[in-house]
Write a protein that binds this ligand. Structure first.
Ligand code: LLP
Length: 401
């Protein structure tokens, strides 16, 4: 059991707390599920980019799925093997492509014909060969929240099968491109297996037809997306997930790459915040806390559910909204939930906050971002200090002219 009260006292609030032992368990569960094949678990850095978190996964043998050169640099700094780093994203700048080629990472995941030509030209300028994969959009509905669904043609991600084929032929002919991989990712917080299996089958068939034209794909990247339990979701089991993918790959000698983010860290993170005041407006009760949408934006942005626990023994319970101090009505963590009567200083624990919590935080309202703490084998340590006002204004120049 994690002693949240002790941590809140020691590090103050708002605070992110991560259980590194949980992270290990999740990594191992997925890695073991794929043990019948060569595989790389490439942790999706965007879910939680703290260097100590990436380092933890690197030590377990994890690779990194990155979507900016900044994330690539984080992964390298944290000790991820460069041959386990993938760089994805629909809009890479020339300087990002250049640096990725120079850093000799496993592959750049290309998302359009135009980008392929840029990678080709930049590799040529550098006199290097860029290893690439192509992100295929299999046009599959993953049945998740529309904002985090990515595998339909109406989404901006990847290219359709026919375009992909043409791109592989182009890459094969180029002296500066080495097409080693193929990639798909249909969405996040997936709880249904069939769309994943279908997508994998479509992409595996493409690999077979590429083989016939001498394009030899070595890395089969299935993206991320495995869902976690926020409330009462029925989850896909890692073993079933792996079996569904493997069932589509018969006859293909490929290394599987999987890019989980949320699955690895989501339920190993909590956001701690303290009650400042209670108030009643008309018949609405509000519990006002010191954390806000700038710290954890998922409820505001996606109307996402996060379990909320109030750490007091009060038996007097009624409906309330849990809200932050930011000047927006959208600044809430939950609406109309049963909450015991609180006193200033009572601690509130927001669950499932390890993924897309801190990484989506901002300084809106000139609020310093929260501190982050790791718990491992019963010990706690600070892995990011709380920001100060000076940190927030550090980049602003010439304001007294
Ligand atoms: N690979 C690619 C290409 C991705 O686009 C993503 C997530 C992942 C892997 C990792 O997906 P995961 O395993 O974490 O589901 N901010 C949203 C989630 C956005 C996900 C974007 N892409 C949220 O808070 O729910």
């Amino acid at each position: 059991m994690i002693d949240f009260k002790y941590l809140a006292q020691k590090y103050d609030t708002p605070l992110y707390v991560y259980d590194f032992n949980h992270f290990t368990q999740q990594y191992n569960a997925l890695k073991n599920a794929f043990k019948a094949r060569k595989s790389i678990i490439a942790y999706a850095v965007k879910a939680n980019s703290n260097l100590s978190v990436i380092r933890h996964f690197a030590n377990l043998g994890s690779g990194a799925d990155c979507v900016s050169i900044g994330e690539v640099k984080r992964a390298l700094l944290a000790g991820v093997d460069k041959y386990k780093i993938i760089f994805s994203g629909v809009g890479k700048r020339d300087d990002e492509i250049k640096e990725a080629i120079q850093k000799d990472i496993l592959m750049i995941n290309v998302e359009s014909e135009a980008e392929l030509k840029r990678v080709d030209a930049i590799a040529k300028e550098l006199g290097k060969v860029a290893r690439i994969s192509i992100r295929v959009n299999p046009n599959i509905d993953p049945k998740t929240h529309p904002y985090i669904s990515t595998g339909l043609h109406e989404n901006k991600f990847g290219v359709d099968i026919e375009t992909a084929k043409g791109m592989y032929i182009f890459a094969k002919k180029s002296e500066n491109l080495n097409p080693v991989g193929i990639h798909f990712h249909i969405g996040s917080q997936l709880t249904e297996l069939e769309p994943i299996r279908e997508a994998s089958e479509i992409v595996a068939n493409l690999v077979r037809s590429l083989k016939a034209i001498n394009v030899d794909i070595k890395f089969f990247d299935i993206g991320g997306g495995l869902g976690i339990k926020y409330k009462d979701e029925e989850l896909i089991k890692p073993y079933d997930y792996a079996q569904a993918i493997l069932s589509t790959l018969s006859g293909l000698d490929v290394t599987i790459i999987c890019e989980p983010g949320r699955f690895m860290v989501g339920n190993g993170g909590w956001f701690l915040t303290k009650v400042l005041y209670e108030k009643v407006n008309g018949d609405k009760r509000f519990v006002i806390v010191d954390g806000a949408m700038n710290d954890l934006i998922r409820p505001s942005l996606y109307n996402a559910y996060h379990k909320i626990e109030v750490l007091n023994d009060n038996k007097e319970i009624s409906k309330a909204n849990i809200v932050g101090p930011i000047c927006e009505s959208g600044d809430f963590f939950a609406k109309d939930i049963d909450v015991p009567k609180t006193n200033p200083g009572d601690l509130i624990v927001i669950h499932s906050a390890g993924a897309y919590g801190f990484t989506m935080a901002s300084n809106y309202n000139t609020r310093p971002r929260a501190a982050e703490v790791a718990i491992e084998d019963g010990n706690d340590r600070l892995i990011r200090r709380r920001e100060t006002f000076e940190d927030l204004i550090a980049c602003e120049v010439d304001y007294l002219v």
